[in-house]
Design a protein around this ligand. Structure first.
Ligand SMILES: [Zn+2]
Length: 291
């Protein structure tokens, strides 16, 4: 029966009798498989024990979790489409109320889709061994995007209620918070997390691209945040005239975000491929071990 054991089973998981010597959960039902023979089946769901003695590679993850990650990436790709529509509407609107409203609606839809996509992408893999670094980025991505969404809604409500004539502190503070979580924390964490995950599929180049993108988005996000803070506190503090410098920073940010957008699209499409492959492999194994 030795030949039936997958060769990526970590030897530390088994004792000298080839029984499970660690707290390993069944990858189908979560039952603790300690003391069971490695060649046996789970007493709860009859999945092969060997299927749960898995290596760190992505294709060993549970099919359910992988399906969630794949849909999360699909929602993030749909976000791109809506963002594109929003920009197109706003550019074509040219002062026209209808076009402006459609643009705003598409932009709001893009934000909702992004939050939903990130929530699916960052669902915890409960059966995987704990990894503090991975979990830290996962939580930051998950809660960062939710916080951004809440702060933007708060800003919109405050604008509707207060109807201010100029930039004022009660509105600027939640808006600055939205920029902090939506443009700094969340993009950095999402792509750092994705980079760590694709590394588990031996996709080193893709992981490096995702990490580079995370860093570029962090720099752009910090510039955006500084810009917002400058506008907020510009009226309070006495600042030297920064007109030309600000115009340069805004231009560089737009070019930077366009470049990051294209790179992000590439990283998401490649990740979709990687996770779809892992999902198929995992589903196939789950199917086999159920017979
Ligand atoms: Zn089981």
């Amino acid at each position: 029966m030795e030949g039936t054991l997958p060769n990526c089973v970590a030897p530390a998981l088994l004792d000298s009798d080839r029984r499970v010597a660690a707290d390993v959960d069944c990858f189908q039902c979560g039952y603790n498989l300690r003391t069971l023979p490695a060649t046996g089946v789970c007493p709860e769901c009859a999945s092969a024990v060997a299927g749960s003695l898995r290596g760190p590679e992505l294709h060993w993850a549970s099919p359910k979790w992988l399906r969630g990650v794949v849909s999360g990436i699909n929602y993030l790709l749909l976000t791109y489409l809506l963002l594109f529509l929003a920009v197109a509407f706003l550019m074509l609107a040219d002062g026209d109320t209808m076009g402006g409203m459609l643009g705003g609606l598409a932009g709001f839809g893009a934000l909702m889709l992004a939050v939903f996509g990130v929530a699916l992408l960052t669902a915890p893999d409960r059966l995987a061994p704990s990894d503090r670094q991975l979990d830290g980025w996962r939580q930051a991505a998950r809660w960062g995007s939710a916080a951004a969404c809440i702060l933007l809604l708060a800003t919109i409500v405050l604008v509707a209620v207060l109807q201010p004539r100029r930039v004022s502190l009660p509105i600027s503070i939640p808006f600055a918070g939205f920029v902090l979580f939506g443009l700094v924390v969340s993009p950095l964490a999402v792509f750092r997390y994705l980079g760590l995950l694709v590394r588990r599929a031996q996709e080193k180049l893709l992981a490096r691209l995702a990490n580079g993108l995370a860093l570029a988005l962090l720099i752009l996000g910090v510039f955006s945040l500084l810009h917002v803070l400058l506008v907020v506190f510009g009226s309070v503090l006495v600042l030297p005239p920064l007109g030309v410098l600000r115009a340069i920073v805004v231009c560089l940010s737009v070019v930077g975000y366009l470049a990051c957008g294209l790179l992000g699209l590439h990283v998401l499409l490649r990740s979709l491929e990687v996770f779809t492959q892992a999902k198929s492999a995992s589903e196939e194994r789950a199917g086999l071990s159920n017979h």
